[in-house]
Design a protein around this ligand. Sequence first.
Ligand SMILES: [Zn+2]
Ligand SMILES: [Zn+2]
Length: 353
Amino acid sequence: MNLLRRVLLLTSIILCVFTPAFAQVPRHDFPPVGCWQVLCGDFHMHTINSDGKLTTRERVEESYKVGYDVIAVTDHGKPRAYKVAKYVGEPLGLIVLPGFESGVLGKEHYVALGVPPTFKPRDPHRWAEKPGQETVYYQDEMRAIAEAGGILLQAHPPNEWREPTDWGVKQGVVIGVEIQNGYGKDGDGTGPLGGVHCYPHSFDWALKHNLALFANTDAHYSRREGTQPVTLVFVAERTAAGVMDAIRARRTVAWFNGIVCGREELVSQLVLSAVEVRKSGATQLSMENRCPITFKAQIDNNVISLPPYGRVSCDWRGGDEVKVRWLNVWTSPTSNLETTIKLSQPQLVQNLK
Ligand SMILES: [Zn+2]
Ligand SMILES: [Zn+2]
């Protein structure tokens, strides 16, 4: 066999072996929201570099297969997976951010994003709460992370708002918080929101302290089949820098277990961009969903389930204005998004700041 034939044979074998699995990547595209693209992210996961069970390659390929656009591998105190993650992820079209997890001794965990992979975390998960102790003072380590160009988000947050997070928020280095953590999803500090276990108190924190909301897997084992926690990121450009800019500007929404949590201005624009409501005939409304989220919409007393990329019709005998309550879209732990749509006007989506 000459070389060309060998190469062709090898290529077709590789395609046969790898194409079927990758072809199953679930559809997860969103229409643009104003001038932003919406990406699906997971910013907290582990590999055998710390206490995870998958290699970096396995974790990255799995992330791609379940439908993420952007990830950060965040091993405890070790940013070292980044190089391999980037090498494996980029040919698949994945954006990979450098990251690691660390925190205060016996207390808060933080995920660091955007620090260079050469950064050497000190005393992971053993930061001291006072200066002059055996391990690094949390303020010194948070400052070092900020100076290296990184940001922090608080992971699986317990109920108590304590000084390290408060200080980090005031310094502008802690800029995000997990509302959902797939690993500890019904553990300490969680409670129900719309029937789903998550961290409702951290949703309040996010609104009060202007933090970006995250829904991350914190995957240690193989991810289970089915929908994953997703942090939706509204980016100006599909690059690592574009994702970091969006996080710094708090343009994130948490989507997990069938619910969507975010600031009203973001989730309203997300819903109005994704769902088109039209009059159809004299007594019907037609609703078209152009995104992967299943929405539950209440119009008068009708509750409508709007499947991903699907179209649904319902009776409508009202006038030009349709008031919709989005039962699985939350603008705070106690309030649903409500929108008023004028059938005679195209849905207006503003350019978000
Ligand atoms: Zn943790
Ligand atoms: Zn973790």
